[in-house]
Design a protein around this ligand. Structure first.
Ligand SMILES: [Zn+2]
Length: 304
């Protein structure tokens, strides 16, 4: 710290010392650097489009990260424009004392149709996989002694097949979330979900999360409140528009859902779905903001 005005500093110092313990508690932040490091390791696998060797490596990476947790591998066959494709969602469960579940989701694979340009999806799939891995660390720590969270269960879902195989349409996209939402509907699980929070493309430097139009109002309000608590207002919901994403299969089934997405990526969105979506565009700072707000939103849902 630099104190340019020594006399003023001297006068303020006692007051600052008194304030210090309070300030420390109020400023405990999510470990965005850890999330970034996870993203870096995951993205280093390279392209991970369905049917590729990279996809198998991505699966193995997630399996290894969660080897001591309650993991379900949800395998299914997607009917795609290139025929049947084997896909795999990962569901990681952190059980809680209260009856009800908060689901955090991301997709982890990259686009089949970008398979010839070395597309690694650092922001698109990579950053939010890192984010959820670091959130898992936090949940693990919170339940370390009791093996159970104090509040609602938190389930992390890593969706496969969010991206189109050939070109985006209702039937060629979001394969993993459509499959899982339908299955959970049949199994009666959807009714237990208090909130579905989807993270997509929110690791970039210039964080500008839009208010996705079909997202549930009260969940948007809660997240706005969470962002305000950290003084992050300007990064959230300054613009509004509809985005088709993995939340829609849950929205249409009546599950309170929010898509936390920043679809403005690079100058004129030039990094989105291009070879420029690389790790140098991602920052720990943005992932800290995301993590702080996600965890605070979970707290607010629990005290609702
Ligand atoms: Zn994408």
């Amino acid at each position: 710290m630099i104190a340019p005005f020594p006399s003023l500093w001297k006068r303020l110092a006692p007051a600052l010392i008194l304030l210090a313990p309070m300030a420390v508690t109020a400023q405990t932040h999510f470990n965005g650097a850890k999330a970034l490091e996870y993203a870096r390791q995951f993205v280093a696998i390279g392209p991970r489009w369905p049917t590729s060797p990279g996809h198998l490596k991505a699966e193995a990476f997630l399996r290894d990260q969660f080897k001591h947790d309650q993991v379900e591998e949800d395998t299914f066959t997607a009917n795609t424009p290139i025929g049947p494709v084997a896909m795999r969602n990962f569901i990681v469960r952190f059980p809680g004392k209260k009856d009800g579940v908060i689901v955090l989701g991301t997709h982890y694979e990259t686009n089949y149709w970008l398979r010839n340009i070395n597309f690694v999806g650092a922001n698109d799939g990579g950053s939010t996989t890192g984010l959820l891995l670091a959130i898992a660390d936090q949940l693990r720590a919170e339940s370390a002694h009791t093996k159970i969270l104090e509040d609602y269960s938190v389930w992390l879902v890593f969706f496969d097949g969010e991206e189109a195989i050939k070109s985006w349409s209702d039937s060629d996209s979001t394969y993993g979330s459509r499959h899982l939402a339908a299955r959970w509907g049949r199994d009666g699980i959807l009714g237990r979900i208090k909130a579905f929070i989807l993270a997509d493309m929110i690791g970039d430097k210039d964080l500008d999360i839009q208010r996705e139009s079909r997202s549930t109002d009260w969940l948007v309000s809660l997240m706005t409140q969470a962002a305000k608590r950290f003084g992050y207002d300007r990064f959230f919901f300054q613009t509004e528009g509809p985005v088709d994403d993995d939340h829609m299969a849950f929205v249409t089934r009546g599950v309170p859902s929010i898509d936390v997405i920043d679809l403005d990526y690079g100058p004129n969105n030039s990094y989105h779905h291009t070879y420029q979506d690389t790790m140098d565009k991602i920052t720990a700072r943005s992932l800290t903001i995301d993590g702080d707000v996600f965890l605070e939103t979970i707290r607010l849902i629990n005290s609702r």
